[in-house]
Design a protein around this ligand. Structure first.
Ligand SMILES: [Zn+2]
Ligand SMILES: [Zn+2]
Length: 126
């Protein structure tokens, strides 16, 4: 189940919503209750095999293979919906410093940057 969900996420360049996954599985003749999909997604995000894109309430397979709880940055294209994952090392150091100074124990930090991706920018320039 977890593998199937991860496969579906990996096949998409744009983040996929939980309900969309249920529908894709159903279209494949695999009727799976939404609850199992949510559980699989919980597992995958906890293991950092996938990430949750908060602003879209959707999920994306992780292609970076980074450490657990390592801060990541997402570039979200407003035109085509593509999402690129990037490391944000220096930014995350600043965040760590600031949260520590505030006496705050950070559990995760995900940065979402919206804008226009390179292929879309090239298209609009033509
Ligand atoms: Zn990742
Ligand atoms: Zn784009």
């Amino acid at each position: 189940m977890r593998r199937r969900v991860l496969e579906i996420l990996a096949q998409s360049h744009a983040p996929v919503g939980a309900y969309e996954i249920v529908e894709k599985l159903a279209a494949n003749g695999e009727a799976v209750p939404a609850m199992s999909v949510y559980r699989a997604l919980d597992f995958l995000t906890e293991e950092n095999l996938a990430h949750r894109i908060e602003s879209r309430n959707a999920f994306l397979a992780c292609n970076a293979g980074h450490e657990r709880a390592e801060p990541v940055m997402f570039l979200l294209c407003e035109k085509c919906g593509a999402v690129a994952e990037m490391q944000a090392a220096s930014f995350s150091r600043d965040v760590a410093k600031a949260t520590k100074a505030a006496g705050f124990e950070a559990r995760s930090s995900i940065i979402e940057v919206s804008g226009i991706c390179e292929p879309c920018r090239k298209k609009s320039r033509r």
